[in-house]
Design a protein around this ligand. Structure first.
Ligand code: ATP
Ligand code: MG
Ligand code: MG
Length: 375
């Protein structure tokens, strides 16, 4: 049996390792957490920091192919891994997705629509961004942001200095604020033979900057859904992707799509596939990086996914376990810090019967969101 190397020890690595085991592969995890979510279910190679080249070498030499659940490994580290074993997705793809400016530049070069943007390297650049984009706009660090961290919303000139001071000295990018009708995402898998599979479009809702609920299928027109699939396929092909990629998009109020960001790995917004698809995103990921055939990413059910975040949601775990239609996934994290993703719950419905707002809340039972807490 071959060994799949997975860089990163979080829940995405855990669920990828479980999928790998189901297909007869062993998984080795490169992780800074000896007892983290992925290390609990697979062999772990631990290191203090991802720039420990001895550990990277030991890890690479013990596996057959390398993939990622964690995107922010250094360029040097990527080069080292790539010199020792096949790395999928390729380092060049990670470098694009690690940097919002590289990402937007790539999209521009390939005719993929994004929000208007302006690079901010100085305070004067920020004034210029305000002129070009108008208020309100969003200032983001170009690297290392997640769950809405490393961002500031700028409503007027009074917000410029505080936002700049908070986010500096990191390189920044300003983005025009899209008044989106909804946010959607598409997962696309592509293997080395150029076979492509895309999962159905997901509708995503955030709370406090963190993904809260995903609905599949997204409640958008068939025409718009086809456009979203097409964008995802074009991006995957243009990148020469081998692996799995999440493409986050805004549905603008005029009904057009703009790509927000890409993530070349399994994605939180596609966790519903674990219970609503014959082949879920994690198996698709393993298949794509190990050169297996990609089955069509079909769906046998409609689905709602709800993230379990922090101690408040985890306090409901016993109730969740006592509610059989809540299909629960636990990440094995010891400590439920506020804002930390601890697990998720899926609810599935017969195809074509995804309920409206009240039905979704009712189906979530103990996890239903109070009406005043959304947004
Ligand atoms: P993730 O956890 O998805 O990696 P992130 O920290 O990388 O998040 P983004 O996805 O860029 O951040 O932004 C987080 C959320 O903020 C988006 O899902 C969207 O709701 C909102 N947002 C970001 N950029 C814009 C924009 N240009 N216009 C309107 N809303 C935006
Ligand atoms: Mg992101
Ligand atoms: Mg995002």
């Amino acid at each position: 049996g071959s060994v799949l190397g997975i860089v990163g020890g979080g829940q995405l690595g855990r669920m990828s390792a479980i999928a790998a085991a189901r297909l007869g592969y062993r998984a080795h995890i490169l992780t800074t957490e000896a007892d983290g979510p992925a290390a609990q279910v697979a062999h772990a190679v631990t290191l203090g920091k991802y720039d420990d080249h001895d550990a990277l070498r030991r890890f690479a030499n013990a596996v057959d192919v390398i993939t990622f659940e964690f995107e922010n490994i250094s360029a040097d580290g990527l080069d080292l891994l790539s010199s020792l074993r096949p790395v999928h997705p390729a380092g060049a793809i990670l470098r694009i997705s690690q940097d919002r400016i590289a990402e937007k530049t790539f999209m521009g070069e390939h005719g993929i629509p994004v929000a208007p943007w302006h690079a901010v390297e100085s305070r004067a650049d920020l004034d210029r961004a305000a002129e070009v984009l108008g208020y309100p706009f969003i200032l983001k660090t170009t690297r290392l942001g997640y769950d809405g961290k490393g961002q500031a919303r700028i409503h007027s000139a009074a917000d410029l200095d505080p936002a700049f001071d908070t986010l500096r000295p990191h390189p920044l990018v300003a983005e025009g604020m899209i008044r989106f009708a909804c946010e959607v995402s598409v997962m696309v898998a592509r293997n080395e033979h150029g076979e492509i599979s895309t999962f159905d479009v997901t509708e995503n809702r955030h709370r406090n900057g963190i993904l809260d609920i995903s609905l599949a299928p997204a409640r958008i027109s068939p025409d718009l859904a086809a456009q979203a699939h097409d964008l995802a396929r074009r991006i995957a092909a243009a990148l020469g992707l081998v692996g799995l990629l999440g493409v986050e998009m805004f549905v603008d109020h005029d009904g057009s799509l703009r790509v927000n960001e890409i993530a070349p790995r399994p994605h939180n917004s596609a966790h519903w596939t674990m219970n609503a698809c014959p082949v879920d995103q994690f198996e698709m990921h393993v298949r794509a990086v190990t050169g297996l055939k990609l089955p069509p990413a079909t769906r046998h059910s409609d689905a709602v996914m709800k993230n379990l975040i922090g101690p408040d949601d985890m306090a409901l775990w016993p109730e969740i376990m006592a509610t059989p239609h809540l299909l629960a996934h636990h990440y094995g994290k010891a400590e439920a810090r506020p804002g930390r993703k601890m697990g998720h719950v899926n609810v599935i419905f017969p195809l074509g019967s995804l309920p409206g707002e009240f039905g979704v809340e009712a189906a979530l039972g103990p996890l239903a969101t109070p009406a005043d807490a959304t947004g």
